[in-house]
Design a protein around this ligand. Sequence first.
Ligand code: NAI
Length: 333
Amino acid sequence: MDVTVFGTKPYDAHFLAAAAPSQHRLTFLEPRLTPETAVLARGAGAVCAFVNDQVNAAVLAAFSGFGVRLVALRSAGYNNVDLAAAKHHGIAIANVPAYSPDAVAEHTLALILALNRNTHRAWARVREGNFALEGLLGFNLKGRTVGVVGTGRIGAAFARIMRGLGCNVAAHDPSPDAGLVALGVNYLSLDAVLATADILSLHCPLTPPTRHLINAATIARMKPGVMLINTSRGGIVDTPAVIAGLKSGAIGHLGLDVYEEEAGLFFEDLSDQMIGDDVFARLLTFPNVLVTGHQGFFTTEAMTAIAQTTMANITAFEETGHALHELVAGDAE
Ligand code: NAI
């Protein structure tokens, strides 16, 4: 099958080429998928897209005209896809539902440990010959209460890690996980989790009900000085409300691997340019904020699994007319 890969970085090409069976011909393109770049898929049977590619109605209408029959996402999240439009045009959408929940869960822990012990600041100080400890005071994680919103694959892996560190884990999920309950995880209402968490970590998908789940009203119900971590999707957090929370001290630490307006920012080297997004720029001024550029998934194990499942989706679609992990309109993301 001819497959056009959008938004290709060298690492994407490396892992996808290694996983591609010889029956597929991959064309690697650097541009992100937008209504303007969709034309580049002309002649392809399948398109491979990532989290900030726009698989919207305009793009899908264009694909339909070119004969594209499958969009194989090399991601778990699919909030960037118009599934109803895909159905309308008869274009199949496939994702990689689970590749390495541990990769994201471990990155979440990395943000927590760095923020808690101010490792990001200590690193900069030591490089300057400043070995003073003022401002670096942390707290023990053992015995603290960690709130987990969403205990699917990643949230469950994260909850297990935090139980292993001796934390109390309070979780909120419409579908509780019996295995986690057996590990001592307490399922509570969202409000109860907000009220008890010393560290609140978001692992639910971005859906209409979860958009801006973290806002001025929910921040007001959190423990003063809470550590807030988002490695899920940026849109779950109302960033200006979080900035107000940081300024007032309501939020004591903030760790982000995702940002609502990350498209066009994350995954690019913009070090020679001015950052035009004032909200994002403000976030970077706080010493108690640590932002990584959507790298939670970025391990060798996860990239290998993503590439293999993406290729398996394309191969199954070519051979049977159905991808292994096909999404249908109405799937709740
Ligand atoms: P999953 O589908 O296994 O789990 C999501 C869980 O959230 C489910 O248990 C669901 O019941 C729960 N949920 C849905 N609505 C909720 C709500 N209103 N409140 C509380 N819980 C709710 O998904 P998985 O694989 O664990 O991924 C979670 C999210 O992590 C993805 O949707 C994606 O946005 C993000 N992600 C981020 C990555 C990164 O590199 N930072 C990489 C992969 C995924």
